[in-house]
Design a protein around this ligand. Structure first.
Ligand code: F6R
Length: 609
């Protein structure tokens, strides 16, 4: 989705803005632009990649030390230079960049037309820019009044950075349901829609809340509420390491992040274990609170939803609590029947996914307690949930999630184990052995990366030409198949489907023909033989079978290729099987010559519905 960056200080703004925007490229965009305040505000925009914008500003000798920048992911109007941000009000009074969507922009357009405003673009952002200008001129009470009146008038989601011609040393920001942070250091003030854009310059940030505004001067930031009254904010330190947002010699962020998994999974597990016991105290959950929950609803989108599907198997079996897993965009509209003694768990890497955030609010509205499993500190979901469990994946740059997914998995195992202990559904011996095994998962992931990567690359390189793939497994192997299949289709553009192996016969097996790729996952002892039988069925219809399994017993007879993984406790296999699944998708995509970090049409953080 779109990205925003801004700077007001003593250094040349153009360099900081272009550098910041380059750090936001991973979010997906199709045009970019900057506005630099020097003697007057100068605007540069370009369609396509950031390099086109860089070419435009090269040799322009832009000395201004205050400016805003934007990468746009087209929603209203095609991706072209006219629709690119920044947008400017009719008489050049207001310059603005915007993330999000203004839902009542048509009604506001009519209002502007009644007041003789002319619009040059197809964007809701230009409407917003002129609405601010309208209130600014009508009431003549300055920027904060114009912004606050606009916030009351518009519907939708937005993070905006605004420059007023008559206030040349200031950048104004405001937000509702779209992320924005403000940073500060000795040389100036910064703003960004996402941490990596300014991480190189400062780790000291303020989080601005919904319907709040701020004014950034060169040496200070002032915050305001919707009444225009000044409010105080606490400066927070971002713990992320700047190196985590750099490629550091890897060819792509995705492979770097795949290789970071032993480390970030270990960090996440360690943060949840204290003296060999699961310790959820940092989340705010106590045994008394856990004991009250009679049902769990896990709500998320995409890969985070797949973590939920895995978690359902583990929590239900270990803690014997019924778990319903829902896709957030369905949950928020399908009027679910919710047990008031239930806990709603929202899983989200970014903490900003619009549907997941709406689901969280829906759950709270219904009076249920909410736990967020989130990677980004200070994100909207983290701030609004009753309890928060932070995964420690660090910044994830590749659009397709890998390391955040793996940290979410171990977080959900920890919840399952702790709930089981509190509910008394496992004995102490089981508890201890689960924790001991949990602690060695990072080593086992490392072992797969070290021992199997080149074999997986060799296997994957045979499949760059295919059009379809099927992932099959039973129980937890089915749950992780969903993730394997999504990983492949989203980055390689190869159609793929995940099926519960036992379900194939009910229709889908008719699609299997000579050389159809079927990836079979067989880790679960109690259904192992049944999965093997299903693999035999597809093999006998011509499928090319890749098996991922800890044991090659029986598998070598049916699989064309076998990827062997270490053994672990049955509940934890998804953490191991997902590694070859990620690597298969990565290497097939590389063999196809595609942009693996930034797949077409996708955005890292989906902040609109
Ligand atoms: C797929 C992927 C997405 C996200 C989904 C939810 O690789 O990354 O499916 O998992 O968009 O995003 P978050 O976790 O930020 O809520």
């Amino acid at each position: 989705m779109c990205g925003i960056v801004g700077y007001n200080g003593t250094k040349k703004a153009v360099d900081i803005l272009l550098d910041g925007l380059s750090k936001l490229e991973y979010r997906g965009y199709d045009s970019a632009g900057i506005a630099i305040q020097d003697k007057e505000i100068e605007i540069f925009k370009a369609k396509g990649k950031l390099v086109n914008l860089k070419e435009k500003v090269e040799n322009k000798n832009l000395l201004g030390t205050c400016g805003i920048g934007h990468t746009r992911w087209a929603t209203h109007g095609e991706p072209n230079e006219i629709n690119a941000h920044p947008h400017v009000s009719n008489d050049g009074n207001v310059t603005l960049v915007h993330n999000g969507i203004i839902e009542n922009y048509q009604e506001l357009t009519q209002k502007l037309e009644r007041h003789n405003y002319k619009l040059y673009s197809e964007t809701d952002t230009e409407v917003l820019t002129n609405i601010i200008d309208y209130y600014y001129k009508k009431y003549k009470l300055g920027p904060i009044d114009a912004i606050n009146r606009t916030m009351v008038r518009v519907r939708g989601s937005y993070a905006i950075a605004v420059m007023f011609k008559e206030y040349p040393d200031e950048i104004w920001v405001a937000r509702k349901d779209s992320p924005m942070i403000i940073g500060i250091n000795e040389d100036g003030t910064y703003l960004a829609s996402d941490v990596p854009a300014i991480l190189k310059y400062t780790k000291n940030v303020y989080y601005i809340d919904n319907l709040e505004a701020a004014c950034l001067k060169k040496d200070k930031v002032t915050f305001y509420d919707l009444n225009g009254d000044e409010i105080k904010k606490e400066l927070k330190e971002i713990k992320w390491d700047i190196r985590a947002a750099e490629k550091e010699g890897y060819e792509h962020f995705m492979i770097k992040e795949i290789n970071e998994q032993p480390d970030v999974v270990k960090k996440t597990i360690n943060s949840l274990i204290n003296e060999n016991k699961i310790d959820l105290s940092k989340t705010g959950l106590t045994s008394e609170i856990i004991n009250q929950f009679k049902e769990i609803y896990i709500v998320a989108c995409g890969s985070a939803y797949h973590v939920g599907v895995c978690a359902k198997y583990v929590i239900e079996e270990l803690a014997r609590i019924p778990v319903v897993v829902d896709i957030a965009s369905e949950f928020r509209y399908r009027k679910p029947i919710l047990n008031k003694d239930g806990l709603v768990i929202i899983i989200s890497q970014s903490g900003e996914t619009a549907d997941s955030l709406a689901a969280l609010r829906e759950a709270k509205e219904e009076g249920l307690k909410t736990l967020a499993i989130v990677n980004v500190v200070g994100s909207s979901i983290a701030r609004e949930a009753d309890y928060v469990l932070y995964t420690l994946a660090g910044p994830e740059i590749a659009v397709a999630t890998t390391k955040a997914f793996s940290t979410q998995l171990v977080a959900s195992y920890s919840i399952a184990i702790e709930f089981a202990k509190v509910k008394n559904t496992i004995d102490n011996e089981t508890y201890v052995s689960l924790i001991n095994e949990l602690k060695v998962i990072p080593d086992k992931i490392d072992e797969i990366l070290k021992n199997s990567t080149s074999n997986i690359q060799k296997i994957a390189s045979k499949f760059s030409h295919i059009h379809d793939a099927f992932y099959i497994g039973r129980c937890l192997d089915y749950a992780i198949s969903l993730e394997g299949s999504l990983k492949l289709k989203e980055i390689s553009y190869i159609h793929s489907e995940a099926y519960a192996a036992g379900e194939l016969k009910h229709g889908t097996i008719s699609l299997i023909e000579d050389e159809t790729l079927v990836i079979g996952i067989a880790t679960q002892d109690d259904v192992f033989e049944k999965t093997i039988s299903n693999l035999v069925e597809v093999k006998s219809r011509g499928a090319y079978v890749i098996a991922i399994t800890p044991s090659d017993k029986d598998v070598s007879k049916v699989a064309n290729d076998i990827i062997t993984i270490p053994t672990t406790n049955k509940y934890f296999y998804p953490s191991l099987t997902v590694i070859p699944l990620q690597l298969i998708s990565y290497y097939i995509t590389i063999a196809k010559g595609l942009d693996v970090d930034k797949p077409r049409n996708l955005a890292k953080s989906v902040t609109v519905e």
